[in-house]
Write a protein that binds this ligand. Structure first.
Ligand SMILES: NC(=O)c1ccc[n+]([C@@H]2O[C@H](COP(=O)([O-])OP(=O)(O)OC[C@H]3O[C@@H](n4cnc5c(N)ncnc54)[C@H](O)[C@@H]3O)[C@@H](O)[C@H]2O)c1
Length: 345
């Protein structure tokens, strides 16, 4: 395993479909990295990617390992993550594995255990953590009491090897576990399957461990891959701040209690007295500020951070245990949704 902090890292990608191509590009762009090889079960896809980005094409993970590689992105369909990850980790190759870590808790556990045995680093591609919108929200240092997340898209007919919870909601599950610092104590969900056996639409209500004042924080999360539009939104409410953000527009709004406290107290008093305030525009009452979102490509920031973890020997931002916790929570949501779920058509 390469430990030299300055040596060029020989990088590879397993699975060069929609996501894997981006990873191949990034390994030609991130400083100190060199794309040396790609593996794909389709010879045509391998060829297209090496024609565009360089490196050599291989028809198996073993061939890539034999050719020599330090760091690999695994971007095959989720059901194939484990077979590649176990071989690479056993050979001491650092792995960046696309989300979700695996399709089941058992497989996620097996990969996490392989990482422990290996000593090579494993990062799970929960890329929303690197989204500049999320970075800006995290900088506010909120202790959330209520979070609402919506992630809906039209059907892409990719990632149909898993349901919408593992395909799309998993991004938000990881974010919620990060924001609340724990897995939920209670999970309720409703889901609907339309195109196959797995759920295509799901809404979950997750209750997190009680705060010091006894309050039980809650998240309400919705994912659909059968929507007519693409929407990625989050709203976070803490004791003293409300943030609303849109990941597609890369914009957000922050309302803090401080500058609005006296106006809210005034309105509360008037309502108590039975005043008719229907002429007021709520938005005019509030003082809000824009969320400070920096530019940046989340996937590139993720790749650079993983390289930094490898070079410095620190824990990756999203390690195997985080990836496992997200899959375990997803499994609980799928089970709860199935128990209360329904099938259309
Ligand atoms: N981070 C994100 O925002 C995001 C978005 C979409 C997908 N993903 C994840 O990325 C992964 C890939 O998704 P995608 O949409 O790129 O899929 P895709 O179908 O576009 O690409 C998968 C590629 O893997 C190849 N392949 C299949 N089985 C293989 C095997 N056993 N060995 C080698 N190659 C194999 C296929 O030929 C194809 O080129 C999935 O885990 C998915 O959940 C992440």
């Amino acid at each position: 395993m390469p430990t030299a902090s300055t040596a060029t890292l020989r990088c590879g990608v397993i699975g060069v479909g929609k996501m894997g191509r981006h990873h191949a590009r990034l390994w030609t762009q991130v400083a100190g990295c060199d794309l040396v090889g790609v593996v794909d079960s389709s010879a045509e896809r391998r060829q297209q990617v090496i024609d565009q980005y360089g490196g050599r094409g291989h028809d198996s993970v073993e061939a890539l390992i034999d050719a020599g590689v330090d760091l690999v992105t695994i971007a095959t369909p989720t059901v194939h993550h484990r077979e590649a990850a176990e071989k690479l980790l056993a050979a001491g190759v650092h792995c960046l594995i696309e989300k979700p870590l695996a399709p089941t808790q058992d497989e996620a556990r097996a990969i996490a255990d392989a990482a422990k045995r290996s000593g090579a680093l494993l990062q799970v591609g929960h890329v929303v953590r690197y989204d500049p919108v999320m970075v800006a929200i995290r900088k506010l240092g909120l202790r959330p009491r209520f979070v609402e997340v919506d992630r809906v898209s039209p059907m892409t007919f990719r990632s149909v090897d898993v349901g919408v919870v593992l395909d799309m909601m998993i991004h938000d599950i990881d974010v919620l576990l990060m924001l609340f610092g724990a897995e939920p104590v209670d999970v309720r969900a409703s889901s609907v399957s339309v195109l196959g056996e797995a759920e295509d639409v799901c809404n979950a209500r997750l209750e997190f461990p009680r705060m010091a004042d006894g309050y039980a924080p809650v998240a309400n999360v919705t994912a659909s891959r059968l929507a007519m539009k693409t929407e990625r939104k989050i709203r976070v409410m803490s004791d003293d701040t409300y943030v609303s953000a849109d990941f597609v527009d890369r914009k957000g709004t922050v309302a803090r209690k401080g500058p609005n406290a006296s106006k809210i107290a005034e309105v509360r008093e008037l309502l108590k007295q039975g005043a008719d305030l229907s002429h007021l525009n709520f938005l005019d009452l509030l003082q809000v500020e824009p969320l400070a979102v920096e530019p940046g490509e989340p996937l590139k920031l993720q790749a650079e951070d993983f390289v930094d973890a490898i070079r410095s020997g620190r824990r990756p931002l999203v390690d195997a245990e985080d990836g496992f916790a997200a899959v375990r929570t997803a499994d609980r949501i799928v089970a709860a949704g199935r128990a209360a779920g329904s099938r259309m058509v």
